[in-house]
Design a protein around this ligand. Sequence first.
Ligand code: PLP
Length: 393
Amino acid sequence: MTVALTSRVRNLGTETAFDVLAKAARLAQQGRDIINLGIGQPDFPTPQHVVEAAIKAARDGAHGYTPANGILPLRQAVARDVKKYREVDIDPDDVVILPGAKPALFFASVMFGEPGAEILYPDPGFPIYASAVAFSGATPVPFTLKEKNGFGFRADDVLSAITPRTRLIIVNSPSNPTGGVADPAELRKLVDGLAKHPNVAILSDEVYARLVFDGEKNHSLIGFPEIRDRLLLLDGWSKTYAMTGWRLGWCHGPKAWIDRMTRLAINVYSCPNAVTQHAAIAALDGPQDAVEHMRQAFERRRDLIVRRVNDTPGLSSVKPGGAFYLFPNVSKTGMRAAALQDALLEQAGVACVAGTSFGAAGEGFLRFSYANSDENIEKALDRVGEFLAKRKG
Ligand SMILES: Cc1ncc(COP(=O)(O)O)c(C=O)c1O
């Protein structure tokens, strides 16, 4: 082939978790018994009343384009949700509904990123941050989330990475891939420190906001009025309502920025799916017991997997405060993260993701998703333990 693609498309990054999934699916197809701790989505169905609302909307004729920023009743429902769970009044016109939370990461990257600019992001972190930033032409600049801090970010690590070229800071709590939750005191310190950097925007990715444990709650950056005029707040339905395949998310921010994001949306996909938007209203306004049921299940499984990992020679883990991921330290196994990921899949039948899929700081770690049954978590850790014992022996 002699036709060349652009270098930024050729070099575009990806989420290697999807590669692990594909490999696990291939092995399962060949008859292998694979336990999947690789997947980043709840193992629960979407609540039935949400499904019914989608069916009703399809029957009632929600078949056409919608406004590019989403239907007003849904944006109003988002405003009610922000009031309920983040205790802040927002204007529904400052919200854009998107097909998943992910497009906002790409849009924000091209809104603030260009050659010569720098964008800060967490390492380990969701891999799309670095790839979208690099695509924009900006330089992705990682700040490290450290195991000794429970993988919560330290404001000083973020603030000290700011240069005159910094245009945007991406923060994510609770975190993928670590499950770490930001300490409210560090959020305060970050906001105070940002007063000296008025030209820097902030994107707070809070897609796991409702999955917080130990009686704690999510501390949202929108709770700080000092930065509200330069904050993009990102959340959605995927993780909270087990709706990853429905593709719906939302972003709130200054109206001028939300209007630009909407214009990007018009250029790419016109509007989010109409039927899904009606289902999303039912999710936000309807009973929340399914959300609480999932949260409690994840908290119980977190306790189980932390105990099992810490009982396994060669592995250790801090106790994450949210999401449904564990990021165990595997450095004592003597294996590189990627080699251990492959060996566990091929030899032990356990799919998980190497920490290095989430940045260089992930070396020495694996990501286990515990969005799986207690029984499978037990079985997976039995297999991991046996694999490591055999290797040693
Ligand atoms: C931190 C983080 N942000 C954003 C997303 C994207 O969410 P969505 O599926 O709604 O696009 C994910 C999905 O895994 C995530 O982990």
